[in-house]
Write a protein that binds this ligand. Sequence first.
Ligand SMILES: NC(=O)c1ccc[n+]([C@@H]2O[C@H](COP(=O)([O-])OP(=O)(O)OC[C@H]3O[C@@H](n4cnc5c(N)ncnc54)[C@H](O)[C@@H]3O)[C@@H](O)[C@H]2O)c1
Length: 370
Amino acid sequence: MRKLNIAMIGYGFMGRAHSNAWRQVRSFFDVPYEPVLKVICGRNESEVKKVANRFGWEEYSTRWEDVVERPDIDVVDVCSPGYTHAPIVLRAAVAKKILFCEKPLANTLTEAQQMLEAAQKNNCVHMICHNYRRAPAVSLARNLIEQGGVGDIYHYRATYLQEWLRNPQFPTRWRLDRAKAGSGALGDLFSHSTDLARFLVGEISEVTALLNTFVHKRPVLDSTEIADVDVDDAALSIVRFHNGAIGTIEATRYATGRKNFNRFEINGSRGSLSFNLERMNELEFYSDEGPNSGFKTIQATDKAHPYLSGWWPPGHIIGYEHTFTHTVLELLQALEEERLPTPNFEDGVKNQRVLDAVERSSVARTWETV
Ligand SMILES: NC(=O)c1ccc[n+]([C@@H]2O[C@H](COP(=O)([O-])OP(=O)(O)OC[C@H]3O[C@@H](n4cnc5c(N)ncnc54)[C@H](O)[C@@H]3O)[C@@H](O)[C@H]2O)c1
């Protein structure tokens, strides 16, 4: 059993999700590595210490610069806001670390390309965390598509809907600051639907899009200050795929009542598929084959379904956190098999090309090539 020492940057939402994944993976899957929670970083010392203790990190640090080049670190896991991704990854790449980075890969296409180039130049293993690919029902959808279950794909219809910004008095945070987040709903949510589009349907060739900001000023938490909002609140796009399919992708933080409604529907010449993260153990499947007309709901919890061999008996459902465990499992399996994990920085750059085209289209009010 080879030890793999992890350094994680960021202890917030994703820091906790990834910490849990690194801890769980070896307990449920046969992997030839023992991930060691070596050091976790964040700027607030008392908070990072608390998270370190809670998840069992051996050390904590308030400076990522002090840890990413350490000779005893094998993996640098980037769970901090977008503006930090490029500087952290570029330093870690030169130190030849295994690079695992949250999405979107960077705040700009240029930065994303620099990160990919640095990873390739230094022969680093690299992976981006588009974890929704690894919900068992989504992996099953991909398998059904590959087996011809839906035939030629005509339509991809994705909506990623959240509601948390609909109150104009909700205070600002880094996600509403372009300098820190790069974009709003676009990089946060639309990028996930774009990754699923690329995973399930194929490459996107052109887009026409609309970005919109509903609330331009918001209060600053625990202050009398008011801050400008300079990112999009909602992103809508019509997309065309290289293989002839067409699609729509809509992402918003203003969908009143919707919590994390990450849904897609795919219509093909022989069948259709539909998935909604809020019912993530289920995949709806319509097939022309067989006597019954109408969609059936597959509960993707059988041992034969992707990733379920590691978990509970059929029907004993799994949840959001498992998608991260399956993502780090892919990373560990790829290391063992000496191949690049997926999705990786090449996917991150391709994704970012779509986001870039969406931004260009929204400004120019035209169709833009990806
Ligand atoms: N895969 C997913 O589904 C998913 C979900 C949410 C967020 N994300 C991505 O994960 C990343 C982090 O988002 P989050 O929701 O966890 O954010 P968060 O605000 O919950 O946590 C951010 C963390 O980064 C740390 N941080 C901020 N600036 C830093 C700096 N300069 N140096 C070191 N640490 C710094 C903060 O201390 C905090 O611990 C973003 O890139 C985001 O897009 C991905």
